[in-house]
Design a protein around this ligand. Structure first.
Ligand SMILES: NC(=O)c1ccc[n+]([C@@H]2O[C@H](COP(=O)([O-])OP(=O)(O)OC[C@H]3O[C@@H](n4cnc5c(N)ncnc54)[C@H](O)[C@@H]3O)[C@@H](O)[C@H]2O)c1
Length: 464
């Protein structure tokens, strides 16, 4: 067993898999978090919301546990191709003194039987990428709302399937992009809305992960390939665009007054997956001998109809720290830095910094602006949300994101992130592949909203 597999086990134990960070790295101690949780507020009883959950692996388990913390949520059905995972999740639900959920584990498409049989309001999927659209479409066709992990879809055709099914069935389909709920990303959103940066000109976003250190569904110890590496072996573009793009899309009102128009993309050579296979299994192993299409780095340039430009970086498989850096630039000022809100070491890249032309001078620390511009959602629910950092690195953001989704459906309102967000942000994957394959040719974005982007009102993600 290689050191990589040991590291993966360690990350599994700390619950940090899929993110590349541990609680210690975040600068939070469990004791401090427990103390924080004592000061939380209680929420009123809410209307029941019946949920079916598909894919209770690493990520699904986190989401499921947080869902069960939300008032009114009833997890009525669980589906996973692995029966042991359905049983484990079933135990969690029952341990919370909730009614026993039905279990579905008869193979790859058993979610269809779940959608057709169960009385559910919402079906949520945290399966591998290629199942997101089949699950959402099955749910909506059976009259349920759908919510999907990221990316929502892998191809343009799949993006259209989501949009067309949602419109035809009049069901919501939301993307569970928790990076939009990072406190810094939301403070910046508030600053954008209050005009601190003036008119927006340019944004930069990144999906920088350390999937190789985590061995995030790359290679199993028996020498078989995992579902993430299998995808990276076949496609070369940006397979994971929404963490980087989601926050920028909200800042820049994409599909709500502006729309994405053109993309060009370029990939570096591909090295790290083959290197990792060679280190893990030896140079003669088939996984070391086969080709991997995805370049270690991919950069896309995107331009909107109103003339805002975006750069979007993907770097998933070469060794580098997880680091969600963003930039926003306007006619009056700019902010750059990590959007993740830990304070461990207030210097260097860990810090977001702000420049405001009215104040003149040089960079100022992001934290100087927090009190004035903290986002209303964080002001209202941040203390409660922070209790869930002890459960998982993203617990606080998942709590805010899922809470907003659940409350919207309970109240009969449209969820803040809609099917057009899901389709537009996810479309970057195939558009980047096309551009890379065409020698960095320019490709056009489809208008999934069919012109509605001109009149759609901006979202501030502030519903409490
Ligand atoms: N938002 C985030 O920060 C974040 C972090 C990690 C993962 N994710 C996303 O969550 C999703 C799952 O990732 P993961 O790391 O938990 O993967 P995983 O492989 O650990 O979990 C996927 C689960 O789905 C099950 N499954 C596979 N095919 C299925 C099918 N046809 N029907 C029902 N169940 C099926 C698997 O048995 C497994 O239990 C991915 O889309 C990933 O991109 C998001």
């Amino acid at each position: 067993m290689s050191s990589q597999f040991n590291r993966r086990d360690f990350l599994k134990q700390t619950g940090a898999i899929g993110a590349g960070v541990t609680l210690a790295e975040l600068g939070h101690s469990a004791a401090a978090l427990a103390q924080e949780s004592e000061a939380t507020t209680s929420e009123p009883d809410r209307k029941p919301l019946k949920i079916g959950f598909v894919g209770v692996g690493a990520r699904g388990s986190c989401l499921l546990k947080i869902l069960m913390e939300l008032p009114g949520v009833e997890v009525r059905a669980l589906c996973d191709i692995r029966e042991d995972r359905v049983e484990r999740a079933h135990r969690w639900v029952v341990e919370k003194s909730r009614p026993e959920p039905a279990g579905y584990s008869r193979g790859d498409t058993d979610f269809q039987r779940m959608c057709q049989t169960e009385d559910l309001d919402l079906v949520l999927t945290a399966t591998p990428w290629r199942w997101h659209v089949p699950v959402c479409v099955a749910a909506m066709k059976a009259g349920k709302h759908a919510a999907t992990e990221v990316p929502a879809a892998l191809t343009l055709d799949q993006c259209w399937q989501l949009v067309e099914t949602s419109e035809k069935q009049q069901r919501h389909c939301t993307i569970l992009e928790n990076y939009c709920y990072f406190r810094k990303a939301m403070t910046v959103l508030n600053m954008v809305r209050q005009g601190v940066f003036g008119e927006l000109l340019h944004c930069e976003g990144r999906t920088q992960e350390n999937w190789v250190a985590e061995n995030w569904h790359f290679f199993d110890s028996d020498g078989t390939i995992g579902w993430v590496a299998e995808h990276l072996a076949q496609y070369n573009g940006n397979p994971y665009p929404t963490h980087g793009f989601g926050p920028m899309a909200i800042w820049a009102n994409i599909n709500r007054g502006d729309r994405l128009q053109t993309l060009v993309s370029m990939s570096s050579k591909s090295r790290s997956l083959a290197n990792f296979a060679r280190e893990s299994f030896g140079a003669e192993h088939p996984l070391a001998q086969r080709g991997y299409a995805q370049g270690d780095a991919n950069v896309s340039l995107i331009r909107s109809a109103s003339g805002v430009t975006f750069t979007l970086y993907f770097g998933g498989q070469s060794p580098q720290p997880w680091s969600p850096e963003h930039k926003v630039q306007g006619t009056l000022g700019t902010c750059i830095g990590e959007m993740f809100d830990y304070r461990a070491g207030d210097d260097g890249w860990l810090q977001a910094k702000v420049f405001n032309q009215k104040e003149f001078g040089r960079w100022r620390n992001y934290w100087d602006y927090l009190e004035q511009y903290d986002h209303p959602l964080w002001k209202a629910l941040g203390q409660t949300a922070n209790r869930y950092r002890a459960w998982d690195w993203s617990g606080a953001y998942d709590y805010l994101m899922l809470g907003q989704l659940v409350r919207a459906l309970q109240d009969g309102r449209k969820p803040p992130l809609d099917v057009y967000d899901a389709a537009t942000w996810s479309a970057i994957s195939e558009l980047a592949e096309r551009s890379v394959a065409g020698g960095t040719s320019a490709v056009d974005f489809p208008d999934f909203t069919n012109g509605k982007w001109k009149d759609n009102a901006p979202t501030d993600l502030s519903d409490v």
